[in-house]
Design a protein around this ligand. Structure first.
Ligand code: TEU
Length: 564
């Protein structure tokens, strides 16, 4: 009974359950912990909670290796706990979006165990098997995202199977209509349980070029591109899921496109294509990757960052697509450390990032801890890391000739564990996350950085997010306004305007620790002289600068005005 496209004014809160709240003393978070904290999430004005995988899993990739799509892993609780979470969300007029991981399953899944048992097992073609190459090696040179060959050899049946991620994550064969039917069935099962949406994990990898061509390096280098993303039948497959499940249940869906193009994202998210509601693309989170390479370091390119935001705002609007807006998730280091100052100007920086993102067109995602300004941890030793990708890459970097210190430094900067430390609830023991031994260390700054203190402080980062989320409900220009960049390549400032027939919204942020006197472009100041009202909606310092031709911006100052 929700109106079509209801999610265009929504904000999503992303919960990494393993690190959210532990109610049993196991040291890992659980579903009841999420339910316990719904009032905290509701307090932000959140509409949708994205719950990351809690299905049966050996946890080699923290649940993105699913061994049973229909049951909850006991580590996270029971199906009754899940049903209670759905009820408690609905009672608060919130919605549940669950994570769907169907590019691959765990090799512990019964389908894979059957498939591996013999070449003519009925489940054999649920996965992707190929004979060894002439030299006995892997069928081609594709590399796994987590390091090493993307092919694992099975002695028992003398063939290789494809694993684009961990060697225990076997790619499903979507060419097989039985696999596609299995996916429709499992999506229908969860839709019937009352979920309102799906986040589709690496969904643009599900269609592979069946000739499995060698990676000849012609495809632009970069994180993920080598997987031949957006394959020949990908849109056909997604349209089938939409027709059979997304549309009938009026679900909100977001496709995670780990490497893609704007053209594809327009096709994936334009409502007339009947595919997804929106897409995650990652171009803006590669501006500190030298030549697109994640495991090399360089300072981030601010101009490229602003240009990418601008290109995607204009391009997706022109194409009728819809962006999932995000700075953070469980696979990325925290933006607060990556793009701004997580020390002296931590609070200003956290609010600056929020204002800059939430002023854009799309549906914003808030990743747990972002709303209280959690920074990357201070790492002391490689033994503190848990992420399979990070641990593999530590070894690979040394094989590539890096010293242990160099390799450890790169892992500290790039590791997905940077965003996976437990949520900091209060200043009680272990930040109120667990009474047991946490599965990964807890950031010892919790006496200074915790949710409780921020809920109680009206000037906190938490309440800054609450105001931005509230504005999205109140100001149509945030949803339907056009986008125009105003900073003309300024080395420190990102400024843009959103316009519709009624009003103009202006967002100006100083991404530096220097004070800046910013000059608005002449073409824009004409709008100001014609305006009959200008209002500062939100700022992140005690200053209340007037929107004028020349504006003084303090270090990491960020402001949002509305012009009528
Ligand atoms: O991530 C897709 C992916 O490519 C990630 O490895 C991420 O984009 C990359 O590390 C950033 O450089 C999804 C899930 O979000 C991730 O947690 C899983 O590990 C992965 O798929 C496999 O399921």
């Amino acid at each position: 009974n929700l109106p079509r496209d209801w999610w265009r004014t929504s904000t999503v809160y992303q919960v990494y359950p393993k690190s959210f709240k532990d109610t049993t003393g196991s040291g890992t978070g659980d579903i009841r912990g999420v339910t316990e904290k719904l009032d905290y999430i509701k307090g932000l004005g959140i509409d949708i909670v994205w719950l990351q995988p809690v299905y049966v899993s050996p946890q080699n990739d923290n649940g993105y290796d699913v061994a049973d799509y229909y049951n909850i892993d006991p580590a996270f609780g029971t199906m009754e706990d899940f049903d209670e979470l759905v009820r408690e969300l609905k009672r608060r007029d919130m919605h549940l979006m669950i994570d769907i991981v169907v590019n691959h399953s765990s090799t512990e899944h019964r389908w894979f165990k059957e498939a591996k048992s013999s070449r003519n097992n009925p489940y054999r073609d649920y996965y992707i098997w190929r004979d060894p190459a002439a030299d006995g090696g892997p069928p081609n040179n594709w590399q796994s995202k987590f390091g090493g060959s993307a092919w694992q050899y099975d002695e028992g049946t003398g063939q290789y199977f494809l694993t684009l991620f961990d060697k225990t994550q076997a790619d499903l064969n979507w060419e097989n209509d039985k696999v596609r039917q299995e996916v429709v069935d499992l999506l229908t099962f969860w839709a019937k349980k009352g979920v309102s949406g799906f986040r589709m994990d690496v969904i643009n990898l599900i269609s592979k070029e069946q000739s499995f061509p060698m990676d000849d390096g012609s495809v632009p280098p970069g994180d993920g591109r080598r997987f031949y993303t957006d394959g020949p039948r990908v849109h056909e497959y997604v349209k089938e899921l939409n027709a059979k499940v997304f549309a009938p249940y009026n679900l909100v869906t977001v496709g995670e496109m780990s490497s893609t193009t704007m053209e594809h994202c327009i096709r994936y998210s334009n409502p007339n294509e009947h595919e997804f509601s929106m897409t995650f693309n990652f171009h803006h989170l590669k501006v500190d990757y030298p030549n697109g390479q994640k495991w090399e370091l360089k300072p981030y390119d601010f101009e490229e960052l602003k240009q990418l935001f601008s290109d995607w705002q204009v391009g997706m609007q022109q194409g009728g697509g819809w962006n999932a807006l995000f700075w953070n998730n469980h696979d990325q280091p925290r933006a607060l450390t990556r793009f701004t100052d997580d020390g002296e100007y931590r609070e200003e920086s956290a609010k600056l990032l929020a204002t800059t993102l939430h002023g854009l067109q799309g549906t914003p995602y808030v990743y747990q801890g972002e709303e209280i300004g959690m920074p990357d941890p201070k790492w002391n030793d490689i033994s503190e890391f848990r992420d399979i990708e990070s641990l593999n890459m530590y070894e690979i970097l040394m094989q590539r000739g890096k010293t242990p210190d160099e390799a450890a430094h790169i892992v500290r900067v790039r590791s997905r564990d940077n965003s996976r430390l437990p949520m900091l609830w209060d200043d009680s023991d272990q930040a109120g996350f667990t009474t047991g031994t946490p599965w990964i260390k807890i950031d010892e700054r919790y006496p200074l950085i915790n949710a409780k203190s921020q809920v109680e402080d009206p000037e906190s980062i938490y309440h800054h997010y609450r105001r931005l989320i509230e504005l999205r409900k109140k100001l149509p220009v945030l949803t339907d306004g056009t986008y125009e960049r105003l900073d003309e390549g300024h080395p420190r400032v990102y400024a843009y305007a959103r316009k519709n027939a009624e009003q103009i919204l202006v967002v100006i942020s100083n991404f530096s620790r220097e004070e800046v006197q910013f000059e608005l472009p002449g073409r824009f100041t004409a709008n100001l002289s014609a305006a009959h009202s200008k209002e500062l909606l939100l700022g992140n310092t005690k200053d209340t600068p007037d929107l004028a031709a020349s504006i003084k911006l303090p270090p990491y100052g960020s402001y949002m005005w509305v012009v009528n």
